[in-house]
Design a protein around this ligand. Sequence first.
Ligand SMILES: Cc1cc2nc3c(=O)[nH]c(=O)nc-3n(C[C@H](O)[C@H](O)[C@H](O)COP(=O)(O)O)c2cc1C
Ligand SMILES: Nc1ncnc2c1ncn2[C@@H]1O[C@H](COP(=O)(O)OP(=O)(O)OP(=O)(O)O)[C@@H](O)[C@H]1O
Length: 291
Amino acid sequence: MRTIHVEHPIKDTIQKNSEPCVMALGFFDGVHVGHQEIIKTAKTIADQKGLQLAVMTFFPHPSSVIKKGKQITKYMTPLSVKEAMFEKLGVDLLYVVNFDMQVAQIPHEEFVDSYLCGLQCKHAVAGFDYSYGFKGRGNMAQLNTDADGRFGVTTVEKLEKEEQKVSSTVLRQLISSGRVEKVPSYLGTSYEMLGILRRIGREYRLYIDSDYFLPCPGSYEVTLKSGGLVTKAMCEVASTDRPGELSVRAFYDLPFDDHTPVRLQWKNFIADYQMDAFHAQAPMDELELSI
Ligand SMILES: Cc1cc2nc3c(=O)[nH]c(=O)nc-3n(C[C@H](O)[C@H](O)[C@H](O)COP(=O)(O)O)c2cc1C
Ligand SMILES: Nc1ncnc2c1ncn2[C@@H]1O[C@H](COP(=O)(O)OP(=O)(O)OP(=O)(O)O)[C@@H](O)[C@H]1O
């Protein structure tokens, strides 16, 4: 997979070096099962048409630039993690558009002309609620109009779980309220983080990308994986933690060498940080929908 970082205005050289492609569109934080459906659909079309499979995403999240509503500055999949996941899904080209105020002001028609047609998009794939262009005025019907026969458009229908759209927003709500055990049915796997494990005295620290979105403070049952080795441990999240560091505890020595790259999976909330409130799970509809 080739990653191409794009600044506005897009350079001629990037357009000239582009390849005919099927383009999947979206921010894709978490690369959840709805996102995977978009990319699989785009891959099927790319294979049928003998085209490259491309994804166009943005960084940072538009909300943090436009400063509208809840600003997303931490990610379930920081960019490097998203890149690795796209590669696994068979993506050939990843366009990462640096989202700034100039990009936010691109009218939807110009985005289609310069960023889709300009990068030889022969077919675009996105979900039913994808939006693009100044003030998010472009939608999937508008994309067909803006394409004006220059490329095809496929809209992926809403994927739901328990009558609720599978979304990055729902996942963030689950994680930020400690309900990590509910994550797999939306994400496809447990919520996980990649990091480097270090032993410090009798404790361990996992050094992670400081862009990761953390669960709420508390003690969690986690699984650590590296190579073929898998072990259970406890991870404590505290509001006083240094960014990019997690405290891992185990009742026995962990079977990993110092400095090993480790995959930490969040399995269950055990108790809050003061250990005085034990796991009491409320149903989904009691979740605060404010994140
Ligand atoms: C060229 C361009 C301009 C955009 N301008 C705005 C904007 O003015 N206001 C806004 O809220 N979002 C804006 N967005 C963000 C989109 O509405 C949308 O959040 C983004 O394309 C990611 O799509 P997704 O959330 O469906 O994945 C813009 C997106 C693009 C591609
Ligand atoms: N449940 C879903 N079903 C179908 N398409 C989806 C679903 N969720 C997201 N998509 C599509 O995936 C792409 C990326 O969307 P986006 O990054 O906005 O994800 P999201 O989960 O909707 O996030 P958020 O909750 O922040 O809006 C878009 O094309 C969007 O329409």
